[in-house]
Structure formats: C-alpha cells, structure tokens
Design a protein around this ligand. Structure first.
Ligand code: MEV
Length: 351
C-alpha cells in the first residue's frame, strides 16, 4: 500500500439502512477529432461533457437489499473483488475496480457496485465505459476511505479501457476525468486553449458501435498498407494541429472544414456508416460549419460544430429529421478551464 496516496477517511453510512457505502461520479466525453489514429500515436482533442454523467454506489459484500439504479435502462450492477465470490463477467468497470482493490491490498474483499448511467447511452462513442469505471473506482475509494490522485485514477480507468477497447489510447480515460478540453497524445493529456464561443451538437445514430471491433478493423487496414498508413497518420496529425490552432484563435469556419476533412480520413479507415454519412450531410445542410463521427464509429454518434444561438437549434432539429434518435447541445466557451493535476500546463508548443 502506498501511504502517500492512500489515506484512511472512514466510510459513509446511510441513515436509512445503516449500510456503509461509497459514492462516485464521472462524466461523458466527446472527441473533437483524432479518434482511431490516436491509438497509433497521433494526437487527439477531446471535450468533457459534464451534462451527461454516471453515478456509482459501492457496498461491501453482497447486501440482501440495496437500492436499485433508477428506472434508466442504462443502470448496471456488478460484484468485484475476491474471484471466488465476484461475478465472472469481466467488464471494463469491473477490471478497474479489481485493480484498485488489488493495489490497496483488498483483493479478498467483495464489493457490490450499482451504476446509474443517467443519460449516457452505452456504446455510442461518448465514453460510457470509461465514465462507469471512473465513477465505480471513486465509489470504492470512498467506501474504503482511500484518496486517489488523478494519475492513479487515470491508470485504473485505463486498465478497464484496455479490456473494453482491445487496445485503448487513453484519450477516453483522460477526457472523462478532465474538467476542460484536452490535447492528448501517447498517454499524456494537457489542457488545450479555447478562444472560440460555439456549440457542439451531438447526435445519436441509434446504432450501437463496437469499439473493440472498430479499433481492430482500423489496425488491420493500417497494417495492410504501410505506405497508406504513413500518409493517413501524417494527415491526421496535420489536421489535429490545425484544429488546435483554429480552436485557440477562434476561427470557427476553418475548424469546421478540418472536422469534415477528418471525417474523410475516418471514412477511408472504414469506420463511417451510411447513417453517420446521412447525419453529417444533414448537419452541414442545416448550416453547421463541419461535422464528423465522434468516438469509435461503426454506429454511435455524430458531432456538428455550429454557431451559438438559433444555429445550434436548427442543426439539432435537422439531425433529428435525418434520423438521430437523440441530440445534445454542448457549449464550447472561450477562456481558461480548470484541469486535474495529471494534465500539464500548456507552454505554447505542442509535442
Ligand atoms: C474511442 O472513443 C476512441 C478510439 O480512438 C479508441 C481509443 O482511443 O482508445 C476509437
């Protein structure tokens, strides 16, 4: 046990049941651009989406009566810890909690966890697996009176993400724990400057994506043709760097064009779908500056960049008419954003 990281604080006890419990939360994320190629070392820019959050409650052992998650179909419940008693299914959140218990010398414990995934639709590229893992680890930490620094929390969530994605870059684990937009590359996250007031409209195709399958398919595509792979990865870096410059300088139109260019790369990588293409066209037709899939693709969500005000509402309505089952408005605001300690302050140069 690492004494400078771990501090006894005592567990919380509910007044109604007398059962000791811990609680935790984490939020969703949207990748502005850089998904997939980020797994191969290029950068990505991602935004936290605090309006879509997950909450977790953890109990010791297997209590007979514990509160159920809300009526949300996105509720999830699992048992972690001692392999003789815990559930056999190894989900990302379960792996993250098991690893936390192991690091704290509590591998023999059995913990019951209930997750309320609120409005985050699962398997839609909005980081539900990473957010669930983050909320679950925070709940277990509170249950056992452990405090976790930001780096350790990232590592634990990332253990779960490796299971959920097959090979995870870490951008999801970083973004669901971040308090502001991040630049992410090769395991390191840092704040990215925003000089833009705009809106990201997220639209759900209604089709679940399979991140592990999509990541493996992109790897096969890149492995098949190393010359094309080099060109695609270089182009991805160029586009993410250009997007960061436009984001900082507040240039909304060029940023939108860059998002469309990145969508072309993702199409070349084989992760767009007819439903995604339809939503991208609908968003641009309704006045969005640009649009692309966000997350792993092969289903999931589309992200559109619009001006603030009526433009966002018009794009959102057009996306719904074109088949989106849900849309969300995510404001992008200029200025300083607070960041957790694992992100390094920006010093004017990108890696
Ligand atoms: C999934 O949200 C993002 C991917 O790039 C996978 C990853 O980075 O781990 C597709």
């Amino acid at each position: 046990m690492n004494s400078h990281r771990v501090r006894e604080r005592g567990t919380r006890t509910t007044a109604r049941t007398g059962i000791a419990r811990g609680t935790g939360r984490a939020h969703s994320k949207a990748i502005l651009l850089g998904e997939h190629t980020v797994v191969h070392g290029t950068p990505a820019i991602a935004f936290p989406v605090p309006a879509l959050s997950v909450s977790a409650i953890a109990w010791r052992g297997r209590p007979v009566t514990i509160p159920q998650p809300t009526d949300s179909p996105a509720g999830l419940r699992f048992t972690a810890g001692n392999p003789l008693t815990a559930d056999t299914e190894m989900s990302g959140p379960r792996v993250a909690v098991d690893e936390a218990l192991r690091r704290w010398g509590l591998a023999e414990e059995v913990v019951e966890i209930v997750l309320d995934c609120g409005d985050i639709p699962p398997a839609r590229g909005l980081g539900s697996s990473a957010a669930c893992a983050g909320a679950a680890v925070r709940a277990v930490a509170e249950l056992y009176g452990r405090s976790i620094d930001a780096e350790t929390l990232y590592e634990l969530v990332q253990c779960g993400e490796q299971v959920a994605h097959g090979r995870a870059s870490g951008v999801d684990a970083s973004a669901v724990l971040a308090c502001g937009p991040i630049w992410f590359q090769q395991g390191a996250a840092r704040p990215t400057r925003v000089g833009l007031d705009a809106v990201l409209v997220l639209a759900d195709t209604g089709m679940p994506g399979a991140t592990q399958h999509a990541v493996a398919a992109v790897r096969r595509t890149l492995d098949r043709n190393p010359v094309d792979a080099g060109r695609i990865l270089d182009r991805a870096t160029e586009l993410v760097e250009s997007a960061a410059d436009d984001l900082e300088a507040g240039r909304v139109q060029p940023l939108g064009a860059t998002l469309l260019d990145f969508q072309d790369l993702l199409t070349e990588l084989g992760v767009s779908t007819p439903e995604i293409d339809t939503l991208v066209s609908a968003a641009v037709g309704a006045g969005a500056h640009g649009a692309k899939l966000t997350g792993a693709g092969l289903g999931g969500c589309v992200l559109a960049l619009t001006d603030i005000g009526g433009a966002a509402a018009e794009v959102s309505a057009a996306l719904r008419r074109a088949g989106a089952v849900q849309t969300w408005i995510v404001p992008v605001t200029s200025g300083q954003h607070p960041f957790p300690s694992r992100t390094r302050p920006e010093r004017g140069t990108r890696q």
